[in-house]
Each structure stands twice: as C-alpha cells, then as structure tokens.
Design a binder for this molecule. Sequence first.
Ligand SMILES: [Zn+2]
Length: 432
Amino acid sequence: MVARFTLEVFAFAIVRAMELITILNQCHHHRGFVYQHARFSPDKKTIEVDVRPRRGATAVCSGCHQSAPGYDQLPERRFEFIPLWGFLVFLLYRRRRVNCRSCGVVAEELPWSDGKHQSTKAHMLFLARWARKLSWKETAESFHTSWDRVCEAVEYVVGWGLEHRTLESIRAIGVDEIQYAKGHKYLTLVYQIDRGLTRLLWVGKERTIESFQGFFTVIGDQLASQIQFVCSDMWQPYLDVIREKCSQALHILDRFHIVAKMNKALDEVRAAESRKMAQEGHEPLLRKSRWCVLKRKENLTAKQQHRLRDLLRYNLQTVRAYLLKEDFQQFWEYNSPHWAGMFLDFWCYHTMRSRIEPMKKIARTLRTHRTLLLNYFHARKEFSSGVVEGLNNKAKVTMRRSYGFRTFRILELALYHSLGKLPEPVLTHEFF
Ligand SMILES: [Zn+2]
C-alpha cells in the first residue's frame, strides 16, 4: 500500500513537472510534431498527452507520402501508448486532412500510428513482444488492456514482418502437419531448415495437396527451383506436391516420423497381445509394460530396465516386435547409403517373416519408400535431422499457450509470431 502510494505521488510529480514531455521527446520524438501538455485524467487512472503539429510544419499525405497543403482537421483521437507505472498513457491528437494534388483530400500520415489502429506503433510492438513470452491473455492482464488489443498488436507486427521478410536462397525445407482443435483439423507447416537459418515459412489450412501447393504459390517457381532438400513424412499429398514442385530437390523422409510409426505398430502389438492373454486367462505378463518397450533403452528407469529384462525371457509377439524395433535403430547409424540399403532389405526380409501383422505393415511401407529413406544418407551432412521435429514441438507449445482461440487465423498469427523469425518495425528507442 505504501509502495503504491509513493509510486503514485512520484509519477504524479513527474507528470506535474512536465518531465514526462522531456522524456517523451527523448524516446518518442517525431519531426513536425510537438508534445504540448501532459495531465492526469480526472479519475487519475490515465495520463493524457496533447500532441500538435509543430508551427510551420506541413502535413504529409498518407497516400503518396509527400508534403501537401492542409485542408481541415478531424476530431481529436486517442492513441494508446506504452503504460507507465500502472497508468495508461494516451496521446491526444487532432489529425489533419490534406488536399493532395495526386490523392485528393485524405488524412495525413502519422509517424506514430498506422492510422488503422487505436494503439501507437510503439504500444503494439510492446504488446506483441510480450505476447511472445506470455500467453495473449496474460499479456492483456499484465498491461491492463484487452485480449483483442493484444491480438491486433500481433496482427500488425506479423503483417509488417511478412511484408518485409526476405525469402531468398532457401536451400532446405521441411513440411509437417499439426493437429489442432478437436476432431481432425490439421495445419500444414513449412519450415526452412538450412543450417544457418531455421524458421517457419508458411502456415496452410488442412493437409491436402492444395494446402501445400499454397506455399509454392507464395514463393514462386524461381525460388522453388533453388530448393535442394525437402524433408517430409510419408503423407501422400505431400509426397505428390514435392514430386511436382521440387523435382530437382533431394527428398528425404523424416526420421522422427518413421520412429513414431514403428512405436505405434509396437503399441498395437502389445495391446492386442495383452488383451488376448487376459481373455485366455494367462498371467498378465504385459501389464504396465507399455513404456518398457516404447522408450529407448537408455531412457528407462532402473525399475523399467528390470521389468524389460524379465519380459525378454518370454517368447511373446510383443518381445519379438520390440527386438525388431530395437534392431532398426542401427539403420540410422550407417554412413553409406549402400550399406544402409542392405540393412534395410535384410530387416524387411526378416520382419515379413515375423507373422506380426503391424510390423509387416511397417516393412511394406519402408520398402515402398526405399529410395526416399536412403536419401537420408545422401543428405545427412547437409542439415541436422530432427530440426523439423524440434520446430514442430515449439509449434505445439505455441498452440497450447494460445488455447481458447482455435480459429485458423489466430493460430496462424500466433505461429508466425513465435516461429517465423520475422523482422519487426523499427523504433527510434528501445522501450523494453
Ligand atoms: Zn498524396
């Protein structure tokens, strides 16, 4: 209470003494405009600062960005600025209209605002930066503003960034899908995965041929023809688009997805066998074995290791499937595509004779995609594998943080904002 009181008196004194104007001139100065007067609103919750044009300074046309003769003045508007010590700050200004020779009568250009939003550019950048560290809701609460205002801020900053980003020399891309909302709603995400630069390039609705093609429409044929590596999962629409649009690129199947598929098959085997054993009245050997067989051996706890050793003594389908899965890990250790190919053929041959249907299905899939799988070894030195997985995990975190507003548009904004590495509008002063 005392601290709050002191702070208020302090802020009050500063505003009184017009020190605030000096500070504003220092950090948020715009040629052709002056800060005139700062005061508290009657309820003492807001600081209002009058802005007026500098005497003799001509207005700039918002259409062509040239000086133009004045025409009239619009009613006063409030532009929200960065809050100060718990007080909201507003700049008050009566915008002029100009009579421009090329554009006619239009509103003047304002250096602190894009004209469309109620917030100043500085305020929007301030909120948007915090919205990358906190959830949008937390950002709104922390700075006494609304969720909509935070959303607008992110929209402005992302829009600016997309307009000003450079898309030259993309050598490697990865495409992946991500599920959002309940039911089967997917987004297609395209990442740049060059060694020097990894970022989200594009967000598409659904995971169809059309959605992925949208990315190539954005970058154009010229850039697409320079892509040398494409990393994807085995989703057929993606494979089709890559073949059509990036025929010159080396297409690699993402290791992470293959491991995930293998784990899924193993889990099916275990669940089915466990059910069958229970039905036939056997000892429940497989109970609580799920993580023993799914986790990598080096990640098991001591108890799970013990459990696994115990389990391996039995001639169960689950055990045999587990051993096949563990064997397959070797595949990724090869350097030469030739030897990797030999190993793959050998592994598939054995698996096809295992009489374990889910594993046989995996073997058939791997055989179908043999060439793409071996491309991994042709390209492995070129970019770090697992980078797509890493980016996708970040995308999932972003989605979790922004839960509660799962429309495509909002997710798209949130994803670009946190993963796009977009350039930001430049301010003359770093406020934070
Ligand atoms: Zn003009």
